[in-house]
Design a protein around this ligand. Structure first.
Ligand SMILES: [Zn+2]
Length: 120
């Protein structure tokens, strides 16, 4: 009999943190344009929030991870909810931390190299 749940025990081979986050509106979760990440003028900033008048962007994780199961190696996209569990902090917190500590992304990749995961 096969197990009813779809939990797969796998080995985490790599975490791609080069483009690890994207920004959404904290209220309506509309995805904000990529150039917002590089800083924009106040005029275009306000136009981003014309839909709901929110002034609070927030970061969400979007991480590519390579995993190996007993039979295959594949790359999966790790979205915000799973990544928050994986890293134990929100994308905002993680982003601030990596800005203060530029080596963090490299360290995280090393820490997770070979980590066993349970994806269910
Ligand atoms: Zn909004």
């Amino acid at each position: 009999m096969e197990a009813a749940d779809q939990t797969v025990i796998c080995e985490l081979l790599a975490v791609d943190l080069s483009d690890d986050c994207y920004r959404v509106c904290s209220r309506c979760e509309r995805v904000l344009p990529g150039d917002y990440n590089n800083g924009v003028s106040s005029s275009s900033f306000s136009s981003l929030f014309r839909f709901c008048n929110s002034k609070e962007p927030k970061l969400l994780y979007l991480i590519l991870i390579s995993i190996a199961t007993e039979t295959t190696v594949k790359t999966v996209i790790c979205f915000d909810r799973a990544a928050t569990l994986l890293f134990g902090c929100s994308a905002d917190e993680f982003f601030h931390f990596t800005k203060l500590n530029p080596l963090t992304a490299t360290m995280v990749s090393q820490v997770f190299d070979g980590e066993m995961l349970s994806l269910g």
